[in-house]
Design a protein around this ligand. Structure first.
Ligand SMILES: [Zn+2]
Length: 273
């Protein structure tokens, strides 16, 4: 493996649902796998469970509280950890407290994050619009989970990207559970649509780069969803698809494209130090 700078633009912290994503695991994985910087969002902002049933009030953690935890983690790891606040458009309104918290911490907040599945909310629902206005106001890119469902399909992100042409949108996973073809085609159409590689097979990434180049894709993984070795294997010892990105991909695409994907795009796009 060549020495290579790596920025992971899709990382989590937080205990919610069946997830337990520890800050110490993020830091340990960064050290072990030579990851220079990460962009984290706190999964404790999940509004709905895996069946899309809204969590009871006593299990809901406010978006302000969730963001405060991420900011603390970033401030303790300055220059290495950045934040994408995970918002709760279904159950919460935008408060002055939230706006002030963002305003005060723009040195570490570099994007915003939505999870239509775990908000049980269509990405093009009108409840999303004040939050997208907020992203526009702060000039922050919008990262959203995409899958193959009603809430989170790439077409709904495309709709909102057309409606909010000044906001940049990143389709995380490029349609999780799909062959990534629809997401790739949509990203090719609009200048403000982008993708990330979380759970995207290397073959889809090569197809993406062949079709639209390497400028609109970010390396991301969902670290530490499978523990400190998410980049290598899961807790059952099964090989991670991310191994391909480290071991095979450098020999299959141009070096310039590889650098764009693995760190350069993220450094510039998210305006990291
Ligand atoms: Zn994720």
């Amino acid at each position: 493996m060549k020495t290579q700078r790596i920025i992971d633009a899709h990382v989590h912290i937080g205990r919610s649902l069946n997830f337990d994503m520890k800050e110490t695991d993020v830091l340990e994985a960064m050290k072990k796998y030579n990851i220079e910087k990460v962009l984290v969002s706190n999964s404790e902002s999940a509004e709905a469970d895996h069946e899309q049933k809204l969590l009871p009030q006593e299990l809901q953690i406010s978006q302000v509280k969730s963001l405060e935890k991420s900011i603390k983690f970033a401030n303790e790891n300055s220059g290495k950890v950045y934040v994408a606040p995970w918002f709760k458009p279904k159950t919460e309104k935008i408060s002055d407290e939230l706006i002030n918290l963002i305003q005060k911490n723009l040195d570490v907040i570099k994007a915003v994050k939505f999870h239509p599945y775990h908000s049980a909310l269509d990405f093009d629902d009108c409840l999303m619009e004040p939050y997208l206005d907020l992203a526009e106001q702060f000039n922050l890119p919008v990262i959203t989970h995409t899958g193959t469902g009603e809430n989170d399909c790439p077409e709904k992100v495309y709709n909102m990207a057309k409606k909010f042409p000044k906001v940049n949108f990143i389709m995380a996973h490029m349609g999780l559970g799909s062959d990534n073809v629809i997401a790739t085609e949509l990203i090719a159409i609009l200048p403000n649509l982008f993708g990330d590689t979380a759970w995207v097979p290397m073959e889809s990434t090569i197809n993406f780069i062949n079709k639209i180049g390497s400028q609109k894709l970010f390396f991301g993984t969902d670290l530490p969803i499978d523990g400190i070795d998410t980049y290598h294997h899961n807790p059952r010892g099964e090989r991670s698809l991310y191994q391909d990105y480290f071991e095979k991909l450098p020999d299959l695409i141009a070096q310039e494209d590889y650098e764009n994907l693995m760190w350069k795009n993220a450094l510039n796009f998210f305006n990291l130090d």
